[in-house]
Design a protein around this ligand. Structure first.
Ligand code: PBG
Length: 333
């Protein structure tokens, strides 16, 4: 008989055999930036997560930095009257995300700033690209995404993160950044295997980015496929991505694990999306789940699957309240 229980006999022993950890360095913290002053709007379906104006955003980023988190991911949210068919506000050099990048870089220079590159927050129809016959036109959308990445890189973004799920988007961004001499200073985090998921529901409240008709199933992936996600990741690596991503997180860790085994050359990221946050938060607020423990367990699951970085709405709260409790203090070599 093999005595597995020897590994578990007390906390110090369990800590010694633990080989998966979560640390501040693993986190990427998302932010929603809006126009205005003194704005801190809580998102109804995501308690604890806010839309911030630049001033309150910078204050929060300072706090997050002091907790050890050194990567943020920015989304812009704009009023309906500023949206148009082409999502022009998304590639305006004075748009909300460019302003946020500059403000964060000025106030917290050692914060790594990542910017989501997509048009759904800026188009009047809420789709991720240009429409033609009520569907998104892939190739006509590419130059707009490239332009958006270019203005973000020029504003000082360290990473651009294309999430529109257009074919060829990594190649288009890579070429544009090279052409403009910005590629060296700006890396590409590719939302590679991004599934058409109902778990994005709360995000669409936060970013006011729901499609006004139809859904995203002609561009985001069908989750009833086993291997397409790997092919998307491989294509993005070939096109020049510096990191790839699987999104959502917890329900898609099979894809993370398989991709990490197969493509070892660049880091994998997973996104614990809005719906995952809201589920854990709502159940915890009702007293139905023990929040620190379920959050820790979910984050560990993502690391165990092989994710190097985790985009999580829980990053700040985890570092603030729970990190100490779960650190491996007793670990001996
Ligand atoms: C933009 C984008 C979305 C998310 C990240 N980037 C929404 C979508 O695709 O509908 C979702 C993030 C989340 O749910 O937390 N395309």
């Amino acid at each position: 008989m093999k005595r597995f229980r020897d590994y578990r006999k007390d906390q110090a022993t369990r800590d010694r055999f633990a080989d998966v950890e979560v640390n501040a360095d693993d986190f990427i913290y998302p932010y929603f930036a809006v126009e205005g002053k003194g704005v801190k709007n809580e998102i109804k379906s995501m308690p604890g997560i806010y839309q911030f104006s630049l001033d309150t955003l910078v204050e929060d980023v300072k706090e997050v930095r002091s907790l050890g988190i050194n990567k943020v991911l920015l989304f812009g949210v704009i009023p309906n009257e500023q949206k148009d068919e082409r999502g022009s506000a998304g590639y305006d050099e004075n748009g909300i995300v460019c302003q946020a990048i500059r403000a964060i870089k000025a106030a917290v220079p050692d914060m790594i700033v990542m910017a989501d590159v997509c048009l759904c927050e800026y188009t009047s129809h809420g789709h991720c690209g240009l429409l033609k016959n009520n569907d998104v036109d892939n190739d006509a959308t590419l130059p707009l995404l490239a332009q958006e990445a270019y203005v973000y890189a020029k504003a000082g973004a360290d990473w651009v993160a294309p999430s529109a799920m257009m074919d060829g988007q990594i190649e288009a961004l890579d070429a544009k950044l090279k052409e403009t001499g910005l590629r060296k200073g700006c890396k590409i985090m590719a939302y590679s295997a991004k599934y058409a998921s109902a778990f994005y529901g709360p995000f669409r409240d936060a970013a006011d980015s729901a499609p006004s008709f139809g859904d995203r199933k002609t561009y985001q992936m069908d989750f009833r496929t086993r291997n397409q996600g790997l092919a998307e990741i491989e294509a993005d690596i070939e096109e020049g991505a510096d990191m790839t991503m699987v999104k959502p997180g917890m329900a898609y860790l099979d894809i993370v694990a398989r991709a990490v085994e197969k493509y070892k050359e660049i880091p994998m990221v997973t996104y614990q999306v809005s719906g995952e946050y809201s589920m854990l938060k709502a159940a915890s607020m009702n007293g139905w789940l023990d929040e620190p423990r379920v959050v820790f367990e979910s984050l560990i699951a993502m690391k165990r699957a092989g994710a190097r970085y985790i985009i999580s709405y829980y990053a700040k709260e985890y570092m603030q309240k729970w990190n100490d409790r779960f650190q491996l203090k007793n670990k001996s070599v």
